[in-house]
Design a protein around this ligand. Structure first.
Ligand code: PMV
Length: 319
């Protein structure tokens, strides 16, 4: 095969990945747990070409600079695994509306891992594919997996994502600010690890938190999983804010959503909030409460509802 197309979706962590044990191969300091979404897919075609350089096209525009460099580094790793040197053309269509403020690196590198490994003739199982996607962007390891995924910490061999069962959950995604974040998650992670006095506590507590979250998943305890999700996100943001110079991703509007979610709980609606490295807030709830959550949060921000979605998949290549 010299051409392959794959599609993957973003994921949102319920127990967050924040900090690396090894930067070169993107090994996380702790394991994490996520839900893969059923919306905003990224579709990527990789075609082996008879040329002396790789070409990267993103949403119809040819890319140079750091975006291309990151893709080329990733392709170099695939070529190393395949024992090949041919160059490739990478064509990516990303449907995350820039206004949704969701990172596309997870779906992007999951789709690229599947398409590139197939085009270069590697037949990777899910574990190896997840380990490969991890090298592009840590959280991409989890977008390989459908619905709910645990991504293990550990050595290169051990650090892959795999499916876990979880209680029925949907997610209301609230866009607070769609602008590009001031500090990238890569830089902020490093600054947190180097300067935040709370980082060691984040690492030790998150390892324990993941165990509790997996127990809650096994026993179908939605309320426990929800509490863990919200607390873990706030601990991550506390560790980030403890950096020097400090980094603050959550804005007053983000906090207003956390407050509204707490208020909903006071009224008997099961809902818990989380937020990644930016001001947007995602709220998990059981399906029967999603409409109430969307209505309340919809008064504060633009919202969209996501359900557990598929893992990465090969597609028919057009033309
Ligand atoms: O995969 P990265 O390097 O974009 O980092 C993701 C970091 C968070 O989204 C904040 C947390 C997570 O586990 O997805």
């Amino acid at each position: 095969m010299t051409v392959a197309t794959a599609r993957a979706h973003p994921n949102i962590a319920l127990v967050k990945y924040w900090g690396k044990a090894d930067a070169a191969s993107n090994l996380p300091a702790t394991g994490s747990l996520s839900m893969t979404l059923d919306i905003f897919p990224t579709t990527t075609t990789v075609r082996i070409v008879d040329r002396d350089h790789d070409r990267v096209v993103f949403n119809g525009a040819e890319r140079e600079g750091t975006v291309r460099d990151r893709v080329v580094r990733f392709l170099d790793h695939v070529r190393l695994l395949a024992g090949r040197e041919d160059r490739a053309e990478v064509i990516t269509e990303n449907t995350v509306p820039s206004a949704a403020g969701l990172a596309s690196s997870a779906s992007g590198f999951a789709a690229l891992a599947q398409a590139a490994s197939t085009a270069y003739g590697l037949a990777l199982d899910d574990r190896s594919l997840s380990r490969l996607a991890r090298r592009g962007s840590g959280s991409a390891a989890r977008s390989v997996i459908p619905r709910f995924a645990v991504w293990h910490a550990g050595s290169d061999e051990q650090s892959f994502a795999e499916p876990v069962q979880a209680p029925p959950i949907e997610m209301v995604i609230a866009t607070v600010d769609a602008r590009e974040k001031a500090v990238s998650s890569r830089d902020a992670m490093q600054r947190t690890a180097m300067t935040s006095p709370f980082y060691p506590a984040w690492v030790t507590s998150t390892a324990q938190t993941l165990e509790s979250a997996l127990e809650a998943c096994r026993s179908g305890d939605l309320e426990r999983l929800g509490r863990i999700t919200e607390t873990n996100a706030l601990r991550m943001h506390a560790a980030i804010q403890g950096s020097d110079p400090s980094i603050r991703y959550l804005t007053p509007r983000s906090w207003a959503i956390f407050d509204a979610v707490a208020q909903l709980r006071g009224e008997g609606v099961l809902a818990w909030a989380t937020a990644d490295a930016g001001p947007n807030v995602c709220v998990i709830s059981p399906p029967e409460h999603t409409a109430a959550v969307a209505e309340r949060i919809g008064a504060l921000a633009d919202v969209v509802i996501a359900r557990p979605g598929p893992g990465v998949r090969l597609q028919e290549t057009d033309a």
